[in-house]
Design a protein around this ligand. Structure first.
Ligand code: ADP
Ligand code: MG
Length: 386
């Protein structure tokens, strides 16, 4: 078991908390603050215990000076102040005297947010490349390091792996919750069903290969299913297909024919409902159809544990979000373990109104996929064991 923030006496200590404030911003406005909300418990706990709280996060990609303005954490700081209903000191630099003085002047229970860690990427990719000196330097600013940035824990960056290598450390409440949720899958109550959708087979090979072995059923929808339908010999017209993975799909269907459940019909561009044997060369399959929804529901009705990665249609357009919505809705009031992972899957569930309806909606896109693949995440692996 990993050490957590609760394993330390925080009173009077400078506690660096690596959070994931990498929120989507459009036209200067935060469009979804759930990642900030997700970090509040750990921040509040550290404050209550009398720590001097130092927050670090990345935001977007920063490759040159010109990227800085758009990627400042200042706007995140404003939202954090509102959500915490507390003061937060914002420091506009990622190293140097101003930062060091601000940290040394912190009183117990005060909270400071440092500017975007990726500002250090401009000259040599130091943050994202886990530069040794940078990790050591940031570690020197604190007494204890807490990783609560689940969304970047699969990446080897200085602000996670670098600091943790140089300072006593633990995980925060958000990562603890993520790990506990995925741990349920080590011994799933059966039948154990995977719902797979999304854009490409090639993105998900690791997930498919790992989960197909341990699951009882795998329901395949989304653009992903076009490749499988094509492997079965159906014409999928102009639909998105991973041509290079048709043979892979054929093999998988052959080996796991009792587990893999494929669509019967589809909503094609223009919103017409067609069965797969009716699809023309010019058609584009953009959502699962009503017979498929019923088929999927019948498998889900007998399942006890469900893991879902990948939307079942082009959900960003309302007219093709129905399949994803229907399955979310169906699962939302059932007494089953339902875990959602993947960036777009989480945003589909949240945007379609299913915020607190499931066992767990992971806050990490790539990180949750790597956990599903059974991989160790470097940023969690590095944390001390109890
Ligand atoms: P996640 O981020 O949850 O792992 P992916 O990134 O694999 O999911 O896939 C999400 C994308 O797949 C979305 O942008 C969605 O519009 C797209 N998608 C799903 N089904 C289709 C489809 N039938 N045709 C085109 N795009 C699709
Ligand atoms: Mg995605």
């Amino acid at each position: 078991m990993k050490k957590t923030i609760k394993d330390y006496d925080l009173r009077g200590k400078k506690v660096i908390i690596r959070v994931d404030f990498n929120v989507p911003i459009e036209n200067g406005k935060i469009t979804d603050d759930s990642r900030i909300v997700g970090a509040l418990d750990t921040i509040r706990y550290a404050k209550e215990k009398g720590a001097k709280v130092i927050l670090m996060s990345h935001l977007g990609r920063v490759k040159e000076e010109a990227d800085k303005e758009k990627h400042s954490l200042k706007i995140v700081c404003e939202r954090l102040i509102k959500l915490l209903k507390d003061d937060v000191i914002f420091v506009e630099s990622t190293r140097g005297e101003i930062l060091e003085n601000a940290i040394n002047n912190l009183k117990d229970k005060e909270i400071l947010l440092m500017e975007n860690t990726r500002f250090e990427d401009i000259d040599g990719n130091r943050e994202s490349g886990n530069d040794e000196e940078l990790g050591k330097y940031w570690a020197s600013l604190g007494d204890i390091f807490i990783n609560d940035a689940f969304g970047v824990s699969h990446r080897k960056c200085a602000s996670v792996v670098g600091i943790a290598s140089n300072l006593k450390n633990g995980i925060g409440f958000l990562i603890e919750k993520e790990l506990n949720s995925f741990k349920i899958l080590d011994k799933p109550k059966r039948p154990y069903t995977i719902i797979l959708g999304g854009a490409k087979v090639s993105d998900k090979i690791g997930v498919i290969d790992t989960l197909i072995k341990v699951c009882d059923y795998m329901l395949i929808g989304g653009a992903m299913s076009n490749t499988f339908m094509s492997a079965l010999g159906y014409n999928v017209g102009e639909s998105l297909v991973d041509e290079d993975y048709i043979d892979y799909a054929k093999e998988l269907i052959k080996e796991y024919k009792d587990k893999i459940i494929l669509p019967i019909d589809s909503i094609i561009e223009g919103c017409e409902l067609k069965e797969y044997n009716e699809i023309n060369n010019s058609d584009k399959c953009l959502d699962i159809g009503s017979k498929t929804i019923e088929k999927f529901k019948s498998i889900l009705s007998i399942s006890n544990t469900i893991v879902w990665n990948g939307p079942l249609g082009y959900f960003e357009k309302e007219e093709y979000s129905f399949g994803t919505y229907e399955i979310l809705n169906y699962l939302s009031d059932k007494n089953k373990v339902v875990i959602l992972g993947g960036g777009d899957t989480a945003s589909a569930a949240l945007n379609l109104g299913f915020k607190d309806k499931f066992t767990h909606i992971s806050t990490g896109g790539g990180a949750s996929l790597e956990l599903l693949e059974g991989k160790e995440l470097v940023g969690i692996d590095i944390i001390e064991e109890v």
